[in-house]
Design a protein around this ligand. Structure first.
Ligand code: SF4
Length: 436
């Protein structure tokens, strides 16, 4: 009988990629996903530790799934497992395996072991890792869109971030393996690939292949012209002229930059160890907009970093007003034990930080609306999603990341079609398939 598995994934796109590869490997070994309410034989929890809250959620999820599936073999991996393996070993009971981030390629084999010990720990010194775990897959779930993990790790050591300690130094996937993986995604029917990593701008620096993020994107786009490629997130200083030229010259490299700003105040940026100042950031945005005026520009911002007073926050707000981004992702700073910023003076009270989040999110909503409005009464290519909205419409994203809903037949699902962006209704862009 097929063994039944559950995979619970917290955190980022890289975790999602890795979990999708576990699922493929489990299926190839004769397992299947447990149905709703069914007892699982194997439970995998891919944890996150990016904030203290994410760590607490990871612990909660582990406890809940262990209670719900008392006879299952439980496998815990991800950033929380990497950071707190010993604490977890004390907390858990039953047949448990803890797999560090550097050993994820052994996870499925360890989970399937026939006579496992009560507690197996597959940990390694992540800071010494020189190679990325090889985690290929045939298909990325059932989705139209697949994530492609091209790189792992980060060496920036921003003062609020624990990730360099959970993921180790930057390691890249060799180009031949990337090309094999995109062929597999193409065969599986994925029409869009989101190139992702912990710090993708460092792609290739650890390899001797002569590739960087620009030449990687160029190579992937040329190798699979029928697939749209989108870059998930890129640090501002890594948006080179070559990257912009590549985006301009490859029709299937989507015009979309997602850029972490974090703060618009120079003192705070310096305390965060971000490596750029406000003026440099602004010039990079100007360069992107000048070269690709229709590009989506998404911005990540943190509010309430230690030392952020009214003046510093106002600097962030007025920079965001000036940038006129397509959307913002705003989060309150949360103290991460083990990072330098956790012990900085002048921590900002939670309610002040939340109030600033609300203010920036409101600004973000206006900015988004104005970006969407700019493209009304024009046509843009849309990749149609495989599921319908609650009111039974088709939906999809334009090349420049505008979500749009429209009427149409099921056969359009999974296709890239021109859609006329007609109007905005209840904050949603309502489109029409061209010719209808
Ligand atoms: S660049 Fe900074 S914020 Fe991003 S993963 Fe590296 S250390 Fe963390």
């Amino acid at each position: 009988m097929k063994r039944k598995i559950i995979i619970n994934t917290l955190g980022c796109k890289v975790n999602q990629y890795e979990s999708a590869s576990f699922l493929c490997a489990f299926k190839e070994s004769g397992c299947r996903l447990a149905k709703e309410g069914e007892d699982a034989d194997i439970v995998v929890i891919n944890t996150c530790a990016v904030t203290a809250k994410a760590g607490a959620q990871s612990r909660q999820t582990i406890r809940k799934l262990m209670r719900r599936h008392p006879d299952a073999r439980v496998v815990i991996t991800g950033c929380y497992a990497q950071l707190s393996a010993n604490e977890l070993a004390e907390m858990v009971d039953g047949s448990v395996c803890i797999v560090g981030n550097g050993n994820k390629h052994f996870l499925v084999e360890a989970a399937l072991e026939v006579n496992p010990c009560d507690l197996t720990m597959l940990m390694s010194k992540i800071l010494n890792k020189k190679e990325i775990c090889h985690l290929p897959m045939r298909q990325f779930g059932e989705r139209t869109r697949a994530y492609l993990r091209v790189q792992d790790g980060c060496e920036n050591f921003c003062t609020y971030c624990i990730v360099p300690f959970t993921r180790g130094p930057s390691r890249s996937v060799p180009i031949d393996k990337m090309l094999d993986q995109v062929v597999r995604f193409h065969e599986a029917g994925h029409r869009e690939i989101v190139v992702t990593g912990i710090h993708v701008g460092l792609y290739g620096k650890d390899l001797n292949e002569g590739y960087d993020i620009s030449s990687l994107m160029n190579t992937l786009c040329k190798a699979q012209p029928e697939i749209r490629f989108r870059l998930s997130s890129i640090e501002p200083l890594e948006i080179s002229d070559t990257l912009i030229d590549t985006m301009k010259s490859c029709d299937n490299f989507m015009p979309h930059f997602h850029i972490p700003l974090q703060s618009g105040d120079d003192t705070i940026l310096n305390r965060m160890h971000r490596g750029y100042d406000r003026e440099t950031f602004l010039n990079i945005i100007r360069k992107c907009k000048k070269n690709i005026p229709h590009a989506a520009i998404g911005i990540d911002v943190l509010t309430g970093f230690p030392g952020e007073g009214k003046k510093e926050f106002a600097n962030t707000r007025n920079l965001l007003e000036e940038i006129e981004a397509s959307y913002f992702h705003v989060f309150p700073y949360s103290k991460r034990p083990g990072t330098p910023a956790a012990s900085y003076a002048n921590q900002v009270p939670g309610n002040v930080s939340q109030q600033r989040v609300a203010e920036l999110r409101a600004l973000g909503a206006r900015s988004k609306l104005s970006f969407h409005t700019k493209f009304l009464k024009t046509e843009r290519p849309v990749l149609v999603e495989h599921s319908r909205t609650v009111d039974n419409q088709l939906s999809g994203f334009t090349d420049n990341y505008i979500p749009v809903v429209f009427s149409g037949d099921d056969e359009l699902m999974g296709q890239i079609i021109p859609v006329y962006l007609d109007r905005i209704h209840k904050d949603l862009v309502q489109g029409k398939t061209v010719g209808k």
